[in-house]
Design a protein around this ligand. Structure first.
Ligand code: CTP
Ligand code: MG
Ligand code: K
Length: 180
């Protein structure tokens, strides 16, 4: 019961978790804002690049396709009910996660925080909000059925914990310049 709930919630969110981590590995090159500033502050900053965003989104969608292929055997092994990903849901979760993170950078720059500055809460949940919002826009019935209130509660509790640990790990491995 609990295993099924937690496994189902995390499985549903995996295509939204992976894009940010892949962007860290693939990032670099031209920033999305092209260096533009508003009131002396960068629109988004050098931490949001075309390459990172494209690679992150592609990885999230590819992962969803892989999860679909693995779903029957994993579900049977765990005795859990796991969601399948229609393509539009996969794109919504992966691209939405990237857009949520980009939106947070926009907000951070308006608050005069430099690239890399930590904003607790925003940093850990921006991509969750973006992913769920774009999935809901592109595949509303699937999103409503997949993210039941119980799964949503698991997502909101587990995501900040996972985000903090993976980013601290990436920092210790020298992949990321800040531990958040
Ligand atoms: N990254 C990227 N493109 C994105 C998101 C992330 O290229 N859309 C890469 C960048 O190299 C970025 C790193 O991943 O520096 C870490 O991502 P994140 O912590 O989101 O960016 P920050 O550099 O901390 O910048 P910000 O303060 O704007 O969040
Ligand atoms: Mg950061
Ligand atoms: K971020």
């Amino acid at each position: 019961m609990v295993v099924s709930l937690v496994a189902g919630a995390l499985w549903a969110m995996l295509p939204a978790y992976v894009p940010n981590n892949v962007a860290v590995l693939a990032g670099g090159g031209r920033p999305i804002d092209g260096g533009r500033t508003v009131d002396g502050r960068r629109l988004l900053g050098d931490g949001k690049t075309w390459r990172g965003t494209a690679a992150g989104t592609t990885a999230g969608v590819a992962l969803a396709l892989g999860l679909d292929a693995a779903r029957p055997s994993v579900a049977a092994a765990l005795g859990a009910s796991l969601p399948a990903f229609p393509l539009r849901a996969a794109v919504g979760l992966a691209l939405g996660a990237m857009l949520g993170d980009i939106g947070a950078s926009f907000v951070k720059r308006r608050l005069d925080r430099e690239r890399g500055a930590a904003v607790p809460g925003l940093d850990q949940l921006d991509f969750v909000v973006g992913a769920l919002a774009l999935a809901a826009l592109l595949e509303p019935a699937w999103t409503l059925a997949t993210f039941s209130p119980a799964r949503l509660a698991v997502v909101l509790i587990a995501t900040p914990l996972l985000h903090v640990t993976t980013n601290a790990g990436a920092y210790l491995l020298g992949l990321k310049s800040e531990p958040w």
